[in-house]
Design a protein around this ligand. Sequence first.
Ligand code: NDP
Length: 312
Amino acid sequence: MVILFNSPNDDAGEFEAWRLPLKAADSAIDLRFWPDVGRVEDIEYALVWLPKPGDMQRYPNLKVIFNLGAGVDKLLADKTLPFHVPIVRLVDPGLTAGMTEYVLLHTLRHHRGQHVLDQQQKQRVWRQKLFPLAKDRKVGILGLGVLGADAAAKLSALDFDVAGWSRQPKSLPGVKSYHGEEGLKAFLARTEILVCLLPLTPETRGILDAKLLAQLPKGACLINAGRGGHLVDADLIAALDSGHIAHATLDVFHQEPLPADHPFWVHPQVTVTPHVASLTQPETAIPVVLEGIKLHKAGRPIPNTVDLKKGY
Ligand code: NDP
């Protein structure tokens, strides 16, 4: 079985971290490291992360494309993709756990005013302030899919007052569900800490704009771990400068790496992280990919196959 591994990271160490466990799981696996793919006719399955546009159309016998991340926005932007082949996005316990840790870490930092305390330390200021209990802190998650639902459940376990917004209504223990345009208004009006875990689609591009931010209560905080394309950067900066938004934690950007002259780097109310909210770990992703191949061989549908109409 010949599998293509195509990732922009040309680190041979990363390739070996995939090749060795795959080989150990099934000695018949021949993993080819792009661009040394050998005969293009041999390739049956592809494990990809941000492949070069146009590359996926080169393999006439390709059966499934496994995207090595949860977001498929960049992959689907390649209009030469063989769209008749199932495209499967990554849902694995490690990726989910990583994102939930990120959301918990930064929600707690906002909740406890840690950014203000960091500034105080720099100025040697000793000032105490009461903060509300978690049960009185309203956290709202845009996107209650695999990642949003897990983060919501863990925030709820910490006693936060959690709500989520999605396309379809959800029934999740301890999480208030909002949906649609009308639901979004009510959801935003109650949200003190807003977490974006939406996929980037034509419908969600630019959703974090001046109009949306204005509907949050004054002093709200934002955590964007979805995609940079969700955010209108200038609108956020205006909302931060006016004091309407107290702080923003941003993991994803229009351009990555974030250009050195971007104002987010130095804005006192912005925390920048370099798209590390959750990175794919071979240890937890490989069993998911192998199970997907097994299902495909058995002629069964593979979970988390992308719905091309919805774009996620
Ligand atoms: P899912 O597909 O499981 O969930 C997406 C959620 O968004 C669903 O609840 C869906 O609603 C909702 N949604 C989509 N479009 C709309 C819309 N137009 N209006 C309202 N709700 C909408 O995705 P995941 O949870 O697995 O991943 C989410 C995103 O997180 C990825 O697409 C990626 O961009 C980002 N990500 C970022 C990482 C990082 O390191 N920063 C790492 C991994 C992922 P419904 O359930 O009703 O369909």
